[in-house]
Design a protein around this ligand. Structure first.
Ligand SMILES: CC(C)(COP(=O)(O)OP(=O)(O)OC[C@H]1O[C@@H](n2cnc3c(N)ncnc32)[C@H](O)[C@@H]1OP(=O)(O)O)[C@@H](O)C(=O)NCCC(=O)NCCS
Length: 125
């Protein structure tokens, strides 16, 4: 989680599925659950991540299956490879009657993010 003041967004630092279990929609389920948890538990407005330009499986997953928008980040990795910065809007910024922006980003229920991920994985596709 990252954010200043009342504004928060989620950042996916890493996602991996064992080679023996790939192409079974596990990554899609994990990402759906993580995005739901970011909304419900943290009130996040958007989620972002970086992916190598050469990582076609991930690009397909995020852009085609999960609806992320992306733009290039040149020379992002140590070896000089470009990245795509991917971002998805999760919900609109909340505006109260004073006109200030806020999201419900309290510290509540942080441990239940893990529960949500397990629930998503145990559901049949
Ligand atoms: C990328 C990764 C997480 C995908 O995990 P997964 O559980 O196999 O993915 P899913 O089964 O949920 O696939 C969902 C969609 O992603 C795309 N996708 C997944 N694997 C793909 C592949 N090998 N080639 C092309 N597209 C692929 C497809 O669009 C797929 O939808 P489809 O099944 O209808 O074709 C997995 O390959 C992995 O762990 N890779 C190594 C680590 C990595 O690159 N992590 C991401 C960095 S942020």
């Amino acid at each position: 989680m990252e954010g200043e003041g009342t504004e928060t967004h989620g950042y996916i630092a890493n996602l991996g599925v064992l080679p023996s279990h790939r192409k079974s929609r596990i990554a899609k389920k994990l990402m759906d659950a993580a995005q739901n948890a970011l909304i419900q538990e943290y009130g996040s407005e958007y989620v972002s991540l970086h992916v190598r330009k050469s990582n076609q499986a991930s690009i397909n997953l995020y852009s085609e299956k999960l609806g992320y928008n992306y733009e290039i980040a040149a020379n992002f990795y140590e070896n000089g490879e470009d990245a795509y910065v991917m971002q998805k809007q999760l919900q609109e910024k909340q505006t109260d009657i004073l006109g200030t922006h806020s999201t419900d980003s309290g510290d509540r229920h942080k441990s239940s993010v893990v529960d949500l991920l397990w629930q998503a994985l145990s559901k049949k596709s």
